[in-house]
Design a protein around this ligand. Structure first.
Ligand code: SF4
Ligand code: SF4
Length: 331
C-alpha cells in the first residue's frame, strides 16, 4: 500500500486523461441534485462532503439489465459487453454496501455473473466524509466515515491536494504514469465505533412480540426505500417478446414492499399485509443477510429516511424493537 498526493489543480487534467481509457462515473450535480452519472467533462465532477441522492449500485447492478436474447430457432445471444469503468467518489457507507452486495452475489452456491463481471471491470475510488449529514447513522453501523479499505484507491481531502491511498494493483495501474509524489502518510487505522446498532433477538420474538401494524401505520408501500437503498438487491426477470419469434430477457429491480412481490401463481401470498412486508424488509437487513453472509445489510447511509414521503425511520424502528424486546442492540 502506498499513498500519493494528487494536487487539486491537476485533478481535472488527470481525470480527463483517465476518461480516455475508462468509462468514468462520478458524482455530478444536476438541477441542484448530486447524483452519480457518466462523466462527460471531468470539470463537472463534484467531490464534496455531500452524499449523492442515490448510491452508485446501479453501475454494478443495473436497474434494468439485458440478460440474453433467444429466438424460435433456439439461438442464444449472451448479455452485453461491460466497459472498463472507474467509479469515483464513493463514500465509505456505499463501499460497505458494495462489499455486502458482493457477498450476496459472488459467494456461495450461485454466482451472479453480471455483477461479478462488472465488479471485476470496475475500479472503485472511495472518498472520505468530513462530517455526517442529516439522518446518517453510519457511526452506529461499523462504517468509519473517514476511511474505507474496501476499494482500490481511497481519497482524503487535505486542502490543496487529495491523499490517495492505493489498496490494489488495479488502483496502482490507474494512477501509474501521472508522475505523482509519493507521500508518507503512515498507516491509518480504521476506527471502529462502539455501540453498534444491531438486532440480536430470536426470529419468533420478532414475529410475535412486535406490533408491526403500529410500526407500519404510515407506510404507503411506495417502495422508494428499497430502490434508494445501496444494499437492497431483489430482482425479477421479465421476458419481452419481440416480433419474428425473438425474446429478450431482462433482469429488473424489484421491491419487497410491493404487494405482488411474493404473490404465488396459486394466488396465495405469504406476505399479504403491509406490516408483513415491512417486517421482512427490516429483518432481511438486520437478521437474514447476517445469518447467511455475516453482514448486517444496512450501512446507516440514511437515504431511506431522507427519501421516505411519510417519514418512516429504520433507525428508530430498530431502536424501538430492541427496547420492546429489552435486548441490547450493541455488540
Ligand atoms: S419509502 Fe416509506 S412509505 Fe415508501 S415503502 Fe418505504 S417505508 Fe413505506
Ligand atoms: S436501510 Fe436505509 S439507512 Fe440502511 S443502508 Fe438502506 S437506505 Fe441506507
Amino acid at each position: 500500500m502506498s499513498t500519493i498526493a494528487i494536487p487539486k489543480l491537476k485533478l481535472v487534467e488527470i481525470l480527463d486523461k483517465i476518461k480516455e481509457s475508462y468509462l468514468l462515473v462520478a458524482p455530478v450535480r444536476n438541477q441542484g441534485i448530486l447524483d452519480f452519472a457518466v462523466v462527460k467533462e471531468a470539470a463537472e465532477i463534484e467531490l464534496s462532503n455531500d452524499i449523492a441522492y442515490k448510491s452508485p449500485k446501479e453501475y454494478l447492478f443495473p436497474q434494468v439489465e439485458k440478460i440474453l436474447r433467444f429466438t424460435s430457432e433456439g439461438g442464444l445471444t449472451p448479455s452485453e459487453e461491460v466497459p472498463q469503468t472507474v467509479l469515483l467518489g464513493i463514500k465509505p457507507c456505499d463501499l460497505e454496501a458494495i462489499k455486502i452486495m458482493s457477498a450476496v452475489f459472488t459467494t456461495g452456491k450461485y454466482i451472479d455473473t453480471g455483477f461479478a463481471n462488472r465488479l471485476e471491470k470496475t475500479i472503485l475510488v472511495g472518498l472520505g466524509c468530513t462530517e455526517e449529514k442529516s439522518a446518517c447513522f453510519c457511526d452506529e453501523r461499523t462504517v468509519d466515515k473517514a476511511l474505507s479499505k474496501d476499494c482500490d484507491v481511497f481519497l482524503t481531502d487535505r486542502g490543496n491536494y487529495y491523499a490517495a491511498e492505493i489498496f490494489s494493483q488495479k488502483g496502482q495501474k490507474l494512477l501509474d504514469g501521472f508522475c505523482l509524489e509519493i507521500i508518507n502518510d503512515g498507516e491509518r487505522v480504521k476506527e471502529i465505533q462502539q455501540g453498534l446498532l444491531e438486532i440480536n433477538a430470536e426470529e419468533n420474538d420478532l414475529f410475535n412480540k412486535i406490533d408491526w401494524e403500529r410500526l407500519t401505520e404510515k407506510c404507503l408501500g411506495c417502495g422508494i426505500c428499497t430502490y434508494i437503498c445501496p444494499t437492497c438487491h431483489c430482482f425479477e426477470f421479465k421476458d419481452v417478446v419481440e416480433k419474428k419469434g425473438a425474446v429478450t430477457r431482462y433482469k429488473c429491480w424489484d421491491s419487497c414492499m410491493y404487494p405482488r412481490f411474493t404473490l404465488h401463481a396459486s394466488g396465495h401470498n405469504p406476505r399479504e399485509s403491509k406490516q408483513d412486508r415491512y417486517r421482512q424488509r427490516v429483518l432481511h437487513k438486520y437478521l437474514y443477510v447476517k445469518q447467511n453472509f455475516g453482514y448486517t445489510a444496512c450501512t446507516g447511509c440514511g437515504r431511506c429516511i431522507r427519501s421516505c414521503p411519510v417519514g418512516m425511520n429504520i433507525h428508530s424502528v430498530v431502536k424501538e424493537i430492541n427496547n420492546i424486546l429489552n435486548v441490547k442492540g450493541e455488540n
